[in-house]
Write a protein that binds this ligand. Structure first.
Ligand code: NCD
Length: 320
C-alpha cells in the first residue's frame, strides 16, 4: 500500500503517531502559523454514511489551513444513485481534489478505493472496519488527560461492530498499555482482531470482561461506545443488548477521581448527561481535538504528496 493513504491504524508506527500528535499540539497552540498554508487546495469529501463530527472537523481543518472542500453531498443526490461504482466515483473525484476523505458502509471499501487513486485517500470509517483519523484524535485526548504510557484503559460497548474500537486498540499496542475490553458476550471483539492484538502485544496487555465492576477502579481511561444499531443484521439482536452498559454517577462511584471518560460520539444513552458536568467527562474536548489533529494530518500528507510520492506517515507497523 502507498504510504500516503491512511486506511487502518495498523499502518501507524509509534513514531508516526507521535509526529502527528506533537504537530497537532503545536497547531492547537498557534493555528495562525498554518492559516494559509494550503490556500488553493481542495479536499474531496465522500460520505456514504451519516457523519457530523468527522465530516465537519475535516472541513474545518481544511479551511483553517487556507484550503477548501468539495463535497459529494448525500448519496441520494449523487450519481451513486444511478449505479456508479465506488471505483469510478473516486477516480472522478481525484481529478477535482488534492486528497480524498471516504466514509463507506462496506468494510474493506477504503482499501479497494485507494487502489484506484493517486491522491492521498483517508479512511473516515469503512463499515465495522477501521477509523484511523478518529484514533489519532482519541490518542491525542488520552495523551493530554492520562498519558500514553503506563496506561490502563477500559474499552466498553459494541466491540464487535465498533470501528473506532478496532482502530484504537491496534494503535495502543504501540504503547505500554493494558487494555480491558468490556462488552456483552455477543458484542465482544472479533476473534481476528484479538488475534492481531496478541501478535502485537503480550497477552498480559489484553483482557476481556463482561462486567465493568471487575476492573473499574484500576482504570485511567474509560472509552465508551455506542451500540452500532445500523450494523446489526437483525433488529431483535440489537434490542437484546440495547441499554446495557450505561454509565451514570452511581456506576462511577468506585472509579478513580482522575478517571477520564471518553466516547467517540454520537452517544445515545451510554453516558448519562449528569456525567457531562464532572471532571471525568472528556468527550466534547475529544470531539474538538479532531480539528488540530486533522489539520496536522492533512498538512503532513498534502505537504509531502507530489514531491517524492511518499508521505511521512505509515512506513508500516511497529517500531521494533
Ligand atoms: C463513530 C463512527 O462513525 O464510527 N463516530 C465518529 O466518527 N465520531 C462512532 C459511532 O458512530 O458510534
Amino acid at each position: 500500500m502507498r504510504h500516503d493513504h491512511l486506511i487502518t491504524s495498523k499502518q501507524l508506527s509509534r513514531a508516526d503517531i507521535e509526529t502527528v500528535l506533537d504537530y497537532a499540539s503545536e497547531i492547537a497552540a498557534d493555528p495562525s502559523a498554518v492559516a494559509d498554508k494550503h490556500a488553493g487546495r481542495l479536499l474531496g469529501l465522500l460520505f456514504f454514511e451519516p457523519s457530523t463530527r468527522t465530516k465537519m472537523s475535516f472541513e474545518t481543518a481544511m479551511k483553517r489551513l487556507g484550503g477548501d472542500v468539495v463535497d459529494m453531498g448525500s448519496v441520494e443526490s449523487s450519481s451513486v444513485k444511478k449505479g456508479e461504482t465506488l471505483a469510478d466515483t473516486v477516480r472522478v473525484i481525484e481529478g477535482y481534489a488534492d486528497a480524498i476523505v471516504l466514509r463507506h458502509p462496506k468494510q474493506g471499501s477504503a482499501t479497494m478505493a485507494s487502489e484506484f487513486v493517486d491522491v492521498p485517500l483517508l479512511n473516515a470509517g469503512d463499515g465495522a472496519g477501521h477509523h484511523p483519523t478518529q484514533t489519532l484524535l482519541d490518542l491525542y485526548t488520552i495523551r493530554e488527560n492520562a498519558g500514553l504510557d503506563d496506561l490502563t484503559i477500559g474499552i466498553m460497548g459494541d466491540l464487535k461492530y465498533g470501528r473506532t474500537v478496532h482502530s484504537l486498540a491496534y494503535a495502543l499496542t504501540n504503547f505500554d498499555t493494558r487494555q480491558h475490553f468490556i462488552s456483552p458476550e455477543s458484542l465482544r471483539l472479533p476473534r481476528e482482531v484479538v488475534y492481531d492484538l496478541h501478535q502485537q502485544q503480550d497477552r498480559a496487555g489484553i483482557r476481556e470482561h463482561e462486567s465493568l465492576e471487575e476492573i473499574l477502579s484500576s482504570l485511567d481511561v474509560l472509552y465508551v461506545t455506542r451500540i452500532q444499531r445500523e450494523r446489526f443484521p437483525d433488529e431483535n439482536e440489537y434490542q437484546a443488548v440495547a441499554g446495557e452498559y450505561q454509565i451514570d454517577a452511581e456506576t462511577l462511584e468506585d472509579a478513580r477521581e482522575d478517571l477520564t471518560v471518553m466516547h467517540p460520539l454520537p452517544r445515545v444513552d451510554e453516558i448519562a448527561p449528569e456525567i457531562d458536568r464532572t471532571d471525568h467527562a472528556a468527550y466534547f474536548e475529544q470531539a474538538h481535538n479532531g480539528v488540530p489533529v486533522r489539520m496536522a494530518l492533512l498538512d503532513l500528507l498534502l505537504s509531502n504528496h507530489g514531491t517524492d510520492g511518499v508521505g511521512e506517515l505509515g512506513e508500516g507497523g511497529h517500531d521494533e
